[in-house]
Design a protein. Sequence first.
Length: 329
Amino acid sequence: MESSGPTLKDIARAAGVSPRTVSNVVNGYVHVSEGVRKRVMAECERLGYRPNRAARQLRTGRSDMIALIVPDIRQPYFAALAGAVIEAAHARDVGVFIESTGGSLKGERAAVERVLTLGHFDGLLMTLNQLAPTEAAAMAKVSCVFMGPTAVPDNLVHIGIDNVEAARLATGHLLDQGCRHVAAVGVTILQTGASESRLKGFLAAHRERGLEPGPQISVEQFSREAGVEATRALVSGAERPDGIFAFSDLLALGALHAIREAGLDCPRDIAVIGYDNIEEGRFAIPPLSTIGADLNELAEESLAAISAKTPESRALAMRIVARGSTARG
């Protein structure tokens, strides 16, 4: 039974809805409009209603807990993604358990195994680096939703982004600003899914315009340090690029540092665009142009898919955020 204090009927009366609707909201069912959900949750908060989770789990078979697996919670993109997932989950009165894998195959397998060992979760959200989604889904044995740039077979649920199209748009933005010798920074075996598809988009943008692509620089990881080292090699070469498409914002921030270090101007000498739209890019010098999806939308759609009876995959829109690093006038 529910905890002492306000009842479902009390909440329903205050919110102007039926007790069944209140029950649907507090139990996290998705077939309730967002406006009604917010109104009911506001009344729950105002009246101090707290459901008895143990009783609810026995009644519904749900734990009101999900697990989130990401490659590296220390990276700004994944930290922001985790924050968006937590916010969306808390709006549904759902808790979140987070695993950070380090991006290795061993780490990803271990994370899925820990989730299974720790107890009952209603679902698992994953952004993978190396573990095949089919293997992860078979291991998990719970409702799984794959998020972000992971390449996922059609029989699994993926709330993500079209990496090829996003990279094509980002590269096209540089070319539309007048760049004619654009380099790609971020080719790496360790980031096979994201790296390979972003390279395809980079090449496609050049092919569409009948232009030869510039050098494609490999890195060991998507980090500021790797961006610095790659850009140092580019600016000291015989044919310096006039544009850089970095496969992550961290790489792009490193590129900006190396350009300044070489006494060059961004964007006059070399324009730079990143990928992910992390908050730090807004405060770079110059402010970093980038491309990214709405992480709040990604989180909301992923949570909805976990709860849906027949979840469907969906590709989210990506948008260019044009700032000073590509403003060539």
